[in-house]
Design a protein around this ligand. Sequence first.
Ligand SMILES: [Fe+2]
Ligand SMILES: [Fe+2]
Length: 335
Amino acid sequence: MAELKSTDLKMERRVIPGSIDTVFEFDYSVQAEDMRSLYEKAKRDQWNASRDIAWDTSEPSDGRVLSDELVDIHGSRIWTSLSEKDRVDLNRRIAAWRLSVLVYGEQGAMLACSQMVNIVQGTDEKFFQATQVMDEARHNEVLERYIQTRLGGLHYPMPDNERVLFDAILTDPRWYIKTIALQLVAETFAVAIFKMMGEAAADPLLRQVCTRILQDESRHMGFGMLALPDIVREASDAERREMEDFTCLALEKVLTGFFPLEAYRDVGFSRAQIEEVKVYRRDVAARNDYAVYRKFFKRDMHTSMVNNLARIGLLTERVRPRLSALGIELPAPAA
Ligand SMILES: [Fe+2]
Ligand SMILES: [Fe+2]
């Protein structure tokens, strides 16, 4: 394939100041059996990105990474007017843009979980978080290898929303705030994207990568579902409101503002054309007519994230209007 070039901004490393408490445990007996069995599952199900992915899988002959229906202007007037070469180029760049967001998310998840090893109380919780650090390192590694293998190492910069969300996660000293935003909101969102990409991948290698990553994710959400209910139940009203607000903030950050502007720009779209793309996307969203989104995405977001958050008690009547603005409708309150 032709090499992908970008008017790329090279991202430097980022230093985020902060401080956390480290809890040193002396009792290593099993205290929380469910948590310990999640740790056992994590040890049993480790995989190796070097060994368990067939990196020599051949590439689709046209160079597509995703099915075209995942390109958000697919079917629009602009799409119809594009040459085959530009369609393939856009397909690859949108893939690079989305995978960049995901690879930064994996780095952020690894860092947040390494903090949680320190902060959480209980040996079982610490052991489990130690496994998640390894899992997220592997996800970071496998996605980077995919980007290098198939997309010539093309990365797009970290979107503002993602940076703001991870800054909040990584600077808050409380583990449960990190868990709400990471294990419940961000990871459920990532699961929906990996499922969508895996099912609609044009490249069988991408399908393998997504399938492997997804094997680890249900454990990560499992940590939140095991660890959070007690803390939510015991929270004061003020603490609970803070948790609800943080949940909404995390939802707002993951559900809005992810527009692959740089991918369109690099294919050669003019400013006016990019505006047209944005209008098209807004129209489609307003008509609730985004077939792919409906098919792959809403299903996962609603069945897993919203139900889980509601079950834990983090989505209440008080935040109904904020959720409504995001297209999330809570079930009617019990009469
Ligand atoms: Fe991950
Ligand atoms: Fe994860």
